[in-house]
Ligand binder design. Structure first.
Ligand SMILES: C[S@@+](CC[C@H](N)C(=O)[O-])C[C@H]1O[C@@H](n2cnc3c(N)ncnc32)[C@H](O)[C@@H]1O
Length: 416
């Protein structure tokens, strides 16, 4: 029952990876060095990821945000005092090329589908490929992160750009707890523009496009929702433009709950000159630079006054099943996340070809965690068989996640 997970299954389980393809196309549009070559190697010259952004100004607005984030993050990493950058998620950006030229060690972490594509491309382009490492992880899965960083005995500069907004409340808590644990083990900082990313978009579009910015922001938001498989682009870590002060307090309390504290650094003060300025008027550039004074990036560190319990080890994912009288009886153990969920989908699609399956019963007694990638796969299975999916022996924390998507998963006890 060991099926090979293919590209299509991975992409349907984790559609969010596609947002990174959009980002690299925007980087090429902005004129970031090496981005055009990466776009070429990914065979994205037709700019297909940008098709959902109706007009060229919306693409330009997005390119400005992406370049400002990329170049400012590179500068903050260079200035942070540590020599190992752990880019979680690394996407398809040329950051590894830029940093290794400056003698940094670069560890690129992302979902398997991204790493399988980007690692060979960067290795073939890098002059100092011995300074790069790429590992397949799920940010919600601590074991995968720990394994990726096991050989590093220096403090880390962990960077997170463009990921936190796609998480549910439950996932964002898990990821923050994981980062805190990495900082406890290795030392270092966590740098991210993500909490204020919505403000950065609004300020950028308003300053560059004035009156017509609202439509373009709506198109941008809709494209991000569609490309990420319907996430709602909101959780307690992401500041809300309608209540900046209140939502900032919420994000800071969330960090405090995990034993972390943030220093906010002003974007305008750290942003280098951008190549995309060649596509703007001098008035637009002035207004844009002024607007960036109202945005901040967050440098997050352990709060030495707070000691928390170490993360509990979770059992690894395991799956077994039998098929009897048209019912697939599936036992799932451990955690279902972006790494393990494609295995379930692969098994389901392979068995469906050779068996008539009317319904699925899932024994969840040893299931410890399920992320939105897992929920997506189980929802697909639910929708593609006559009697749907029935859950048995669900523990309360998993039930809480399943309840919404499955409108009250049946919590039957199994007969034995
Ligand atoms: C908008 S892209 C940003 C990528 C890159 N940092 C950039 O600036 O272009 C979002 C990235 O988050 C990654 N991602 C989403 N969920 C993840 C998870 N649970 N674990 C690791 N990476 C994840 C996606 O694969 C994708 O590469």
């Amino acid at each position: 029952m060991n099926y090979k997970v293919d590209y299509s299954t991975q992409s349907r389980t984790n559609p969010v990876f596609f947002t990174a393809k959009t980002a690299i196309c925007l980087m090429a549009r902005a004129g970031i060095p090496d981005a055009t070559e990466i776009v070429h190697r990914l065979e994205l010259e037709d700019n297909q990821p940008l098709q959902s952004m109706a007009d060229s100004d919306t693409v330009l607005g997005n390119a400005i945000v992406v370049e400002a984030k990329y170049r400012t993050m590179c500068r903050l990493i260079e200035d942070c005092g540590y020599r190992v950058c752990v880019d979680l998620p690394c996407g398809y950006t040329p950051k590894a090329l830029h940093l290794t030229q400056k003698d940094f060690r670069f560890v690129g972490l992302d979902l398997p589908i991204v790493i399988q594509e980007i690692a060979p491309i960067i290795r073939s382009l890098a002059n100092r490929s011995e300074l790069t490492t790429f590992c397949e992880v799920d940010a919600t899965n601590y074991e995968s992160l720990e394994k990726a960083l096991r050989d590093i005995d220096e403090p880390l500069c962990i960077t997170t750009e463009g990921m936190m907004i796609y998480f549910t409340e439950n996932e964002v808590n898990t990821v923050i707890a994981n980062v805190r644990n990495l900082l406890e083990v290795h030392g270092g900082y966590w740098i991210t523009p993500d909490p204020e990313v919505k403000l950065q978009f609004i300020e950028t579009f308003r300053s560059v496009f004035g009156e017509s910015s609202l439509d373009k922001l709506t198109t941008t938001g809709n494209a991000a929702i569609k490309q990420s498989g319907g996430t709602n682009l909101s959780n307690s870590f992401i500041l809300d433009a309608a209540d900046v002060i209140g939502s900032r307090k919420t994000a800071e309390s969330l960090l405090a709950k995990h034993g972390l504290k943030a220093e906010r650094v002003n974007l305008a003060e750290h942003m280098p000159e951008l190549s995309v300025y060649s596509q703007l008027t001098s008035e637009q550039i002035l207004r844009f630079k002024e607007a960036m004074r109202r945005c901040n990036y967050w440098i997050i560190a352990l709060d030495a006054t707070r000691k928390l319990k170490a993360i509990q080890k979770q059992r690894p994912f395991e799956m077994s099943y039998t098929i009897e009288n048209g019912i697939l009886r599936l036992t799932l153990r451990g955690r279902i996340d972006s790494i393990s969920a494609p295995k379930i989908l692969t098994a389901w699609e392979s068995e469906k070809v050779v068996n008539v399956i009317d319904g699925v019963e899932i024994d969840c007694s040893a299931l410890e965690y399920i992320s939105s990638a897992g929920v997506r796969v189980l929802s697909d299975i639910h929708g593609s068989c006559k009697r749907g999916v029935e859950f048995l022996n669900v523990n309360p924390s998993v039930a809480e996640i399943l309840v919404g998507p499955f409108v009250g998963p049946q919590q039957k006890k199994s007969p034995n």
